[in-house]
Write a protein that binds this ligand. Structure first.
Ligand code: AMP
Ligand code: MG
Length: 409
C-alpha cells in the first residue's frame, strides 16, 4: 500500500521510462556545414587526411639557422650570420640555406631546407642584412615537426562526441567543411491552460504567467535539443489536437504541460486519449504522465505544476532526447551524498526532493529545501540537485547516504 492507496494501478518510473525509450529510435544522421553542426553529436569517425602540422615550421618569430653555426654563441662572443631573406607563414618556394647563412622566419612559416633550428628574435640584435646571435640553439630548437599534432590517417574524433568549439576547430583543422552528425532534436514545447498569460503582460485576477514553456524550452536546449516554444493553448480539446497536428511537420518530439490529471478541464488527456497512453507513475512530483506517438512523432504530456513538469522532463524526456541523439539514455549525473535533515517520503513512490549541495569536512552533503510543493518554483530555482528517495523508504534519517541527481549547471 502506498500513501495514495493505489499501488496496484501505478507504473514504476523505470517501467515508464523503458516504455518511452522502446519507442524512440535515434534520429537519422545528416551532413551539416561545420557551424550548423555545433552542439550535435558526431556520427562518423573523423580522420586526418594529412599530418598536422603538414610541414616542419617555426614555433617563433626569429631566424632559421644551422644549429652548428651558433653552437658557440654567447652574449660576449656573438655569432654573426648573413640574412638571405624572410620566410613568412604561407610562403612557398623559399631558398635553402647553408652554413654561415640564415633567414628571418615567422611563426608558422615552413623551415627552409638546410636549417635545423630557430633562434628567437629576442636572442639577437634583430638584424635584417646580417644578424648577431647571442645564444646557442640546439638542433630542432623551436621547430614544430610535421605530424607532431596529428599523424596522417589518425582518427581525431570518435563518433558519439558532442561537437563543441574545440571539436569544431579540430574538424576545420583537418580540412573538413561538412560533417555527418545526429542533429539536435527539434522539440516543440506547448503549455495548456486558460489561466496562462505571457510573461511581460499584466495579470488579471485568476491568471498566472506561463513559466513551463520557457523553462522546458530552456531544458530542451540544455539537453542538446533545439527547443521551439509556442504560446500557451487555451483549455479546448480541439485546439490542442489541431495545434499538435500543426507542429508535427517541424518536430522530432513535442512536449505539452498541463491538462493531464483528474480535473474537469484535463484537455490534453481528453484530446489524446486513444492516441497516447496516460499513466499514473509511482513518483512524486510528476504522477500523471502521458506518452505516445502521434504520426510517428513522440509526444510527452507532462503535468502542469512547474516542479512536476521539470522533474518529469529530467526523468523521462532528457533520456529520450539523448537516445534521439544516439547517446546512452542516461539520466542526470548521480552521486551519493549525506542527507543533513530527516526526510519523510510517501512509501511506494519514488520521491524527488529539491535540495542544495554543500561540501564540508565530511564530504558533500545535501539539504532538502523546506518548500517541496510541486508549485513551489522558488525552491527549484535555488536547488542544485534532486534528492532521490527510493520507493521502499518512508523515512530517511539525517546522516543517511542518499542518491542525488545533479541539476545542469
Ligand atoms: P493542470 O495540470 O493543467 O491542472 O495544472 C496544474 C497546475 O499547474 C495549475 O495550478 C496550473 O495553473 C499550473 N500550471 C499549468 N501550466 C502551467 C504553466 N505553463 N506555467 C505555470 N503554471 C502552470
Ligand atoms: Mg490546466
Amino acid at each position: 500500500m502506498n500513501a495514495s492507496g493505489d499501488a496496484g494501478r501505478l507504473r514504476s518510473v523505470d517501467e515508464h521510462l523503458a516504455g518511452i525509450l522502446g519507442e524512440i529510435p535515434p534520429l537519422p544522421t545528416l551532413d551539416l556545414a561545420l557551424l550548423e553542426a555545433e552542439g550535435t553529436i558526431l556520427a562518423e569517425p573523423v580522420t586526418a587526411p594529412v599530418a598536422l602540422p603538414p610541414f616542419d615550421n617555426s614555433a617563433m618569430d626569429g631566424y632559421a639557422v644551422v644549429a652548428a653555426d651558433v653552437a658557440g654563441a654567447s652574449a660576449d662572443v656573438p655569432v654573426t650570420l648573413s640574412v638571405i631573406g624572410d620566410v613568412a607563414a604561407g610562403d612557398t618556394g623559399m631558398s635553402a640555406i647553408r652554413p654561415g647563412l640564415c633567414t628571418r622566419i615567422m611563426t608558422g612559416a615552413p623551415m627552409p631546407a638546410g636549417a635545423d633550428a630557430v633562434v628567437p628574435v629576442e636572442w639577437t640584435d634583430g638584424g635584417t642584412v646580417s644578424v648577431r646571435i647571442g645564444r646557442p640553439a640546439e638542433p630542432g630548437h623551436f621547430i614544430r615537426r610535421a605530424g607532431e599534432d596529428v599523424a596522417a590517417g589518425q582518427v581525431v574524433l570518435q563518433p558519439g562526441v558532442r561537437l563543441r568549439a574545440p571539436q569544431i576547430g579540430m574538424l576545420a583543422a583537418v580540412g573538413r567543411a561538412r560533417v555527418n552528425v545526429r542533429p539536435r532534436p527539434r522539440v516543440v514545447v506547448l503549455s495548456t491552460g486558460d489561466e496562462l498569460v505571457e510573461p511581460g503582460s499584466s495579470l488579471a485576477p485568476g491568471q498566472i504567467w506561463d513559466s513551463n514553456s520557457y523553462m522546458l524550452t530552456s531544458a530542451v536546449n540544455e539537453a542538446g535539443g533545439d527547443g521551439f516554444r509556442q504560446s500557451a493553448l487555451s483549455d479546448a480539446p480541439e485546439k490542442v489536437l489541431e495545434s499538435l497536428e500543426d507542429q508535427l511537420v517541424r518536430a522530432d518530439a513535442i512536449i505539452t504541460t498541463g491538462g493531464v490529471s483528474m480535473g474537469a478541464r484535463d484537455v490534453v488527456k481528453e484530446a489524446l486519449t486513444g492516441t497516447l497512453t496516460f499513466s499514473k507513475v509511482a513518483m512524486r512530483p510528476g504522477k500523471p504522465q502521458g506518452f505516445g506517438l502521434l504520426r510517428g512523432v513522440p509526444i510527452f504530456t507532462l503535468p502542469g505544476n512547474p516542479v512536476s513538469a521539470y522533474v518529469s522532463f529530467q526523468v523521462f524526456v532528457r533520456p529520450a532526447l539523448r537516445a534521439m541523439q544516439g547517446l546512452p539514455a542516461r539520466p542526470l549525473e548521480s552521486r551519493t551524498v549525506t542527507l543533513t535533515d530527516d526526510v519523510r517520503s510517501p512509501a511506494g513512490l519514488r520521491h524527488y526532493l529539491r535540495g542544495r549541495l554543500s561540501s564540508g569536512p565530511d564530504g558533500v552533503a545535501v539539504t532538502p529545501a523546506e518548500a517541496q510543493g510541486s508549485h513551489q518554483m522558488a525552491a527549484l530555482a535555488s536547488a542544485d540537485a534532486l534528492i532521490v528517495i527510493p520507493e521502499e523508504a518512508d523515512f530517511v534519517p539525517a546522516g543517511s547516504r542518499v542518491a542525488v541527481l545533479r541539476l545542469p549547471r
